[in-house]
Design a protein around this ligand. Structure first.
Ligand code: TEU
Ligand code: CA
Length: 540
């Protein structure tokens, strides 16, 4: 197919459906709301949307606990509404990627209801069941990310079942061939319905060690970006056996084989602070595996400086030279980066330009293009079980999940008429879409420009990346594709700095994008948070 490589270098806009647009006044965003706002998404110039789960679910983890993979939760609409999303998106030139959560189901899924009914039913081995130790304790030391042991006692089977997340998210047993077949059928169902790809939740958790060996402990310096090891002991373990098993690859190959023929692409979420880039290398090198893995490197607690970015790129080049990352600064699981990195608008602009110039695909989380700060959510309003468990050390994920602000001054900022499931942030109102549309200096327009810049230059979207240098706060590198070369330099700091231009006849490529410094030969001076993107075309 002609655009088989559409995912390479693509810009993907993440929609969290509960909080995007409510169309019927029940306070919860829905698929009809997405249809209504898709023209806005298309106006950003992005290539695709990734829609977080909208499947039937008891919503214990807000859709990441699925009880029917092949239907839409009534809260979000019906299958016909999803068809309308596909039709509208395709009409606007947008690909649609849906979020498949295959590693675990809800405990309300009929498969689990059957599995837990006895030790000898047809689906008895569809989940990870294990006998207790002689003293009654769990079979090993595995822990849940959301707190406590990864094992939940079941009084009927008199066994434990595995859950990497909530107790209501039992882990599927990928060692069971029928489980793999059933999940591949789910992928096929949605491909037949017209989706263009998948964001695959927790792709590295699919297979567990069949021998259930204990995880070793982790050296204390290797911390999780989101939550300190002191607060959650999960981050004290080296997760050698509960995830990242080599058998994952065999399942991913089967999944890819199903996707072939549909021109579909997948971005696999690999949550692993320690081995993330290695796994990306394993999972995305070769035409029979995943196209992309979602990178956690820039979801860091602190803003990566020039050194930090260069270091990530060096490690990536080492661990995954053929691999393809999908970068993100924000998502529905982590404090919005405007707040997490305590940035002003100039810094937000520069970091966005940087991502649009880096080798890889890119995810933009709804509201990031507005520069939204994290919302303050009071304990009484918290919805996220992860936040409720670890409050106040870790405030959970609600602060990045509040309703998107569309029209300042409108009821609930234009999200919908009913009381929203999380309060609309007062601090975000002034940054609403309608305010920024009429202000040509607003961040929203900058996002449009950088996305357009990336699309105008195949070197940025899919070129090779060389000459990575970090000197003080200055980061520079070259992207190249066919006869086009771009020199990209970023001042990731307040103090003006100079960067040496490589020899050649460079022209300013960035147009009205910030830091429109006209480069000549020699050095270019960049002010605080400025960049220079220069182009050279061979044979002209
Ligand atoms: O997240 C996987 C993951 O690694 C997260 O647990 C992350 O570390 C955590 O949310 C802390 O910020 C995916 C989904 O993105 C998340 O929303 C789900 O809760 C989770 O899987 C379980 O399905
Ligand atoms: Ca609704």
């Amino acid at each position: 197919a002609k655009d088989q490589d559409w995912w390479r270098g693509a810009v993907i806009y993440q929609i969290y459906p509960r909080s995007f647009q409510d169309s019927n006044g029940d306070g919860i965003g829905d698929l009809a709301g997405i249809v209504r706002r898709l023209p806005y998404v298309a106006s950003l110039g992005v290539d695709a949307v990734w829609i977080s789960p909208f499947f039937t679910s008891p919503m214990k983890d807000f859709g990441y606990d699925v009880s029917d993979y092949c239907d839409v939760d009534p809260m979000f609409g019906a299958l016909s509404d999803f068809d309308a999303v596909i039709e509208a998106a395709h009409g606007l030139g947008l690909k649609v990627m849906i979020d498949l959560v295959l590693s675990h189901t809800s405990d309300q899924h009929p498969w689990f209801v059957e599995s837990r009914a006895s030790r000898d039913n047809a689906r008895a081995n569809w989940y990870v069941w294990a006998d207790p130790k002689p003293d009654g304790t769990p079979p090993n030391n595995w822990l849940s990310i959301f707190g406590g042991p990864a094992w939940q006692w079941d009084a009927r089977r008199m066994q434990y079942y595995l859950h990497n997340f909530l107790t209501s998210q039992p882990d599927m047993n990928f060692h069971e061939p029928d489980v793999q077949d059933a999940l591949l059928d789910v992928a096929k169902f949605w491909l037949e319905r017209g989706v263009d790809g998948f964001r695959l939740d927790t792709i590295n958790f699919y297979v567990h060690d069949a021998q259930l060996r204990d995880n070793p402990s982790l050296p204390p310096e290797l911390r999780n970006a989101n939550i300190a090891p002191e607060v959650n002991p999960y981050n004290h373990q080296d997760h050698q056996y509960d995830k990242n098993q080599p058998e994952n690859l065999a399942f991913l190959r089967r999944l890819r084989a199903v996707m072939n023929g549909y021109n579909a692409a997948a971005v696999g979420e690999v949550g692993d602070a320690q081995y993330g880039l290695q796994i990306m290398g394993e999972y995305t090198s070769g035409d029979d595996l995943m196209q992309m893995c979602y990178a956690f490197e820039f979801l860091s607690p602190d803003m990566p400086g020039a050194d930090g970015v260069a270091d990530v790129m060096a490690r990536l080049a080492e661990a995954a030279p053929e691999g393809w990352p999908c970068w993100a600064y924000s998502n529905h699981d982590i404090m919005r980066h405007a707040t997490r990195w305590n940035m002003g608008t100039d810094a937000l602009r520069l970091m966005n330009t940087l991502m649009m110039c880096l080798r890889g695909s890119a995810c933009i989380y709804q509201g990031e293009e507005l520069g939204l700060p994290e919302a303050d959510v009071a304990f009484e309003d918290l919805q996220d079980p992860y936040g409720i468990e670890f409050w106040p050390e870790f405030k959970g994920r609600d602060g990045c999940r509040t309703p998107l602000v569309w029209e300042a001054g409108a009821v609930n900022a234009g999200f919908g008429d009913g009381k929203p499931w999380l309060p609309v942030s007062a601090a975000q109102q002034a940054l609403a879409v309608d305010q920024q549309e009429t202000d040509s200096t607003a961040l929203l327009h900058h996002y449009r420009q950088t996305i357009a810049l990336r699309h105008a230059h195949p070197a940025l979207a899919k070129g090779v990346q060389t000459g990575m240098r970090a000197t003080g706060d200055m980061l520079s590198f070259i992207r190249q594709h066919e006869n086009e070369q771009l020199f990209c330099a970023f001042n990731l700091g307040e103090a003006p700095q100079e960067v040496l231009m490589p020899v050649g006849d460079w022209k300013n490529a960035a147009g009205s994008v910030q830091g429109a410094v006209a480069p000549g030969e020699g050095a270019v001076r960049l002010g605080a948070w400025q960049c220079c993107i220069a182009i050279k075309t061979e044979g002209e």
